[in-house]
Structure formats: C-alpha cells, structure tokens
Write a protein that binds this ligand. Sequence first.
Ligand SMILES: Cc1ncc(C[n+]2csc(CCOP(=O)(O)OP(=O)(O)O)c2C)c(N)n1
Ligand SMILES: [Mg+2]
Length: 410
Amino acid sequence: MADAGMLRFHVPEPEVRPGGTPDFSNVTIPKAGSVPRPEIDVDPRTIRDMAFSIIRVLNRNGEAVGPWAGLLSDDELLKGLRHMMTLRSFDARMQMAQRQGKTSFYMQHLGEEAVSCAFRKALTPGDMNFPTYRQAGLLIADGYPMVTMMNQIYSNEADPLKGRQLPIMYSSKEHGFFSISGNLATQYIQAVGWAMASAISNDSRIAAAWIGDGSTAESDFHAALVFASTYKAPVVLNVVNNQWAISTFQGIARGGSGTFAARGLGFGIPSLRVDGNDYLAVHAVAKWAAERARSNLGPTLVEYVTYRVGAHSSSDDPSAYRPKAESDAWPLGDPIVRLKNHLIQRGVWSDERHAQAEAEILETVIAAQKEAESHGTLHAGGKPSTRDMFEGVYAEMPPHLRRQRQQAGV
Ligand SMILES: Cc1ncc(C[n+]2csc(CCOP(=O)(O)OP(=O)(O)O)c2C)c(N)n1
Ligand SMILES: [Mg+2]
C-alpha cells in the first residue's frame, strides 16, 4: 500500500486567505426556477437530491421564475423590502452606537436580511422561533418596536429584560421570539421540545429552530434531529450557512463533501437548500416547511445559503482571516438589491422611490434611537434598578437571594 507510514488527520482549509483573490468557483449555483417544487407530503426518499441543490426564484434579470414563484403580492413584497431596509439601517445605527460606547456589544445581519425577514412572513401568530443572535428580522418583520430593541441593547431603565441579557439577546413571547441563548445550539433541542409539547397539548402552533453553520458541529444539533425525526415534531429546522463561524470557515463544521442540508438525510428528514439572499425563495421554502409541520408531516431541514458580509460581531475584525473583497465576490448578490430590482422590473418601484424610502427609514430609526437614549445608555442616564436583579427568576424567592437583596439594601 502506498501510504502505510505515519498516520495523520486532515484539517480543512479555506480556499483563500487574506491577500488572496476571492474564489467561489466551487459553489455550484443552479439556474433560478430549475429546482422542482414537490407536494408537501412527498416521500423524503424521492427528494434527497434537493439537499445538494439550491432553490432560487429571482433570476439575473430580476424576474421571479419557476415553481416556487408567485406566492407574494406586490404589496407584500414592498413590505418585505422595507423590513430588510429597516434592519440594515437599524444595524448601521446600532453598530455606530457600540463604537460610541453606548452599548458594550453589537451583531449585524449585513447580507443576511432576507433570511429572517422573509421567514417571519411564512409563520402564523402564536408560532414560536428559537432564534440565534442573527435573526432580528423576525422581530422587525413582525412589527416589534425598534425602541424596545434599542432599550435592550442599551440595558437602560426601559429594557424589558432589565439588563440581564447580553445586548441583542431579545425575548418576546408575544412576537414568537423565544429568549436567545448565548450557548449555541441549545435552542435547537428547545425548539424540538416546544414543538412536541405543542403536539402533546393538541395545539396548532409550530416551532422554528435556528442555528448557524458553525454551530451544527455541536452535539445538541444532532440530538435535536433524533427527536424531531423519531417523533415527527412540528418544527422547521433552519440552518443559516453564512460561510463563517467567527474566523472558522464553514468547511470545518461541515467536513467532507456534503452540505449542511444533507445532515438531515440520515434521519429521513426532507432537507432543502435555498438561496438565502432571495427573499421570494426563502419565503416560499419556509412556507412549504411550515405547512408540512402544521399538517403533521413532521420536520423539514432548510439550509439558507448566504454570506456574512460584516464582521462576526463588534468584537471581530474579519480582515485577519479572509480577503477584504470576498463579500463582493459572493455569487448570490445582495438581498436588498435583488428584491429592489425585482420590484423595479415589476413596475412598482424605482431608484427614486428607493432612495426616498431609505431616507425615511433612517429618520424613523434615528427617532427611535433618540427615544431609547432618553431612557439611558450603557454609561449614562437611567438604568434598571438593582432590585430587578433579584426578580423574575423564581416564583418564590429562595432565602439566600432574599438575604443578598437585603445586603444590597434594595
Ligand atoms: C456552545 C458555544 N460554543 C462557542 C461559543 C462562542 N461562539 C459564539 S458565536 C460563534 C460562532 C458561531 O458561528 P455560526 O454558528 O456559523 O453562526 P454565525 O455567527 O455565523 O451566525 C462561537 C464559536 C458559544 N457562544 N457557545
Ligand atoms: Mg456562520
């Protein structure tokens, strides 16, 4: 045998490092409209190839084509565009607020706006998301007040979570947004458990689990798939593949030659890949998966193929580990530009209206920011009271906490 010497293991390497020329020639992109749309009760064994393709609706000319097109009205698409633009504007202001010392931490969605904004529109009130930190679009698209989000980011006196969560780790039961867990992948098993509980109590609400490419390497992800597939839990299993996990490229968590969607195949779960920068495709696939869950057909695994254009967080500098212009080379484009072009192509939007909407949105975001800042920021103005620290965890406060509260004099 050729290589019977010393053993070695394999460490996957990204194609290009800083200083190199970005290269996505290894990402195979099917034509928009070319992937079929099966019935929701399809036998999963007959659609295994969908875990290796990419469902796309918007083509290069901005037209919506193929069997996944046609679900949304002009009005719904215009709203969707506004949600994504709002999220982008919100992100830019909050990123700046972090640099100004008004909050300790921020995480942007740059390039990934379509995923959470379009997904939200496929759900029904009462459904529950178990998000990670990069799905604030679920809240924006559901009309959650921006001021409340900013209050949480500033940990000020109006923060509904009273300074007890890391900035951006929102929580809103009313808006179907379960408290974010900083411990990655835990939300996947929670979502499956919640979905099973919903079925046990003969409810009609479904759950949506969210995870990033990197975090699928956690055992919680795999444990969740066991329960979801065995018990046919009414859950949509979302994997946002934005190519990076901080400084680690997606090939580390994925390994081998498969895809993240293909992780579902061994469990017999219908597993789809979708163009995450295509608002229409994301919405159509999410709707398909949600309908399956609601019809007692069990889980669907959806991999959103996208790209993290910004830094991982306000504590990260991506130029240390990837070429600066890599995001420009990403072949699936920008989700806002693509929906904008589609709406222009349909004759219901224009560059002028877009610029005007951008200005209006910025004004709304600035007004919300002013209002939030009147309640305080990280180092100035109103703060949650020290007493709040002791509330809201136990129905009945245990003696040791009562003692500590007395010692704190609150
Ligand atoms: C269990 C656990 N391990 C490690 C971390 C530290 N950490 C925070 S974000 C992150 C990267 C996650 O990447 P990915 O899942 O791809 O999500 P993305 O940030 O790209 O949206 C890591 C390693 C953590 N929060 N929890
Ligand atoms: Mg990632």
